[in-house]
Ligand binder design. Structure first.
Ligand SMILES: Nc1nc(=O)c2c([nH]1)NC[C@@H]1CN(c3ccc(C(=O)N[C@@H](CCC(=O)O)C(=O)O)cc3)CN21
Ligand SMILES: CC(C)C(=O)C(=O)O
Ligand SMILES: [Mg+2]
Length: 279
């Protein structure tokens, strides 16, 4: 299994880090088998798997259940789990106990949390307690209500400078890596150069030290609105639709089940039913 030290080495040797979300046993198992460097159990689970229209309703219990399933599917892959909405904003004790649950009870190796200046002290406390932290700047979906939608962030020099400053503070606070979401590629290039920890981009251009995408987006599975930054590598939703339509038609047309899907009783056992009086 790769570790935080390996991710840093990968940045130094310019081997791009391939990260993907996973939410359950099969998605984790397939991702591990396909060579994903690290898995993110994202709170995007709320949108792509649970049907919410944002990540805000996702709870600690949701993240624990999904992380446990991912852990069983990918026992040999580094797992980062998102701390959900409002679980790292009050006391340090609360932040520590939430992160502790994800590591001890669920089996995550690290946690990710969104934000800059407001969460720096929480990153520091977690790291000091021995919990690896991944930061997340740019479009931070848990703040969708404040941001006013899922839009590209830090397009102007002032906001870009602020993001760079916060990125440096996150590194200084002890984070082992940083996600940059939906920012101009020129800013990603600057941040990646200025930080010594790996920067993982999503909708942040090609110059980050790694890339992350949502599992369902990559395989074309059920996501209605696919953001511009996504490359869809398959259309699994269409494949599933065809399979289920054929199943329905087979059942209604009595084409399924066939003999090979059916079990048999020995002739004498059949004859012996109803005390042998069966005619
Ligand atoms: N399926 C899925 N994929 C994701 O990448 C994702 C989620 N869900 N849920 C949580 C957040 C929300 N994300 C999103 C969602 C939509 C856009 C989007 O539509 N952006 C516009 C640009 C808007 C603008 O700046 O004007 C786009 O055209 O891509 C971006 C990020 C990223 N995350
Ligand atoms: C999109 C990634 C970075 C994320 O935070 C998530 O999937 O929840
Ligand atoms: Mg997330």
């Amino acid at each position: 299994m790769k570790t935080t030290a390996d991710f840093k080495k990968m940045k130094e040797s310019r081997e791009t880090i391939a990260m993907l979300t996973a939410y359950d046993y099969p998605s984790a198992k397939i991702s591990e088998g396909a060579g994903i460097d690290l898995i993110l159990v994202g709170d995007s689970v709320g949108m792509v798997a649970l049907g919410y229209d944002s990540t805000v309703p996702v709870t600690m219990d949701d993240m624990v259940i999904h992380t446990k399933a991912v852990k069983r599917g990918a026992p040999n892959t580094f797992i980062v789990t998102d701390l959900p909405f409002l679980t790292y904003h009050s006391s340090f004790n609360e932040t520590l106990s939430h992160a502790g649950r994800l590591l001890q009870e669920a089996g995550a190796h690290a946690v990710k949390l969104e934000g800059g200046a407001d969460v720096i002290m929480h990153i520091q406390k977690l790291t000091a307690a021995g919990i690896p932290v991944m930061g997340h700047l740019g479009l931070t979906p848990q703040s969708v209500g404040v941001l006013g939608g899922y839009k590209v962030q830090a397009r102007e020099s002032e906001s870009a400078n602020l993001l760079l400053k916060e990125a440096k503070a996150i590194e200084l606070a002890g984070a082992f890596s940083l996600v940059l979401e939906c920012v101009p590629q020129q800013l990603t290039e600057i941040v990646s150069k200025e930080l010594s920890i790996p920067v993982i981009g999503i909708g942040a251009g090609g110059s980050a030290d790694g890339q992350v995408l949502v599992y369902h987006d990559v395989i074309g599975y059920g996501s209605e609105h696919v953001p511009k930054f996504v490359k869809q590598y398959a259309n699994i939703g269409e494949t599933i639709n065809e399979a289920i339509q054929t199943y329905v038609a087979d059942v209604k047309g009595q084409q399924f089940p066939e003999q090979k899907h059916s079990f048999n009783m020995k002739e004498e056992q059949l004859a012996g039913m109803y005390g042998g009086s069966r005619s």
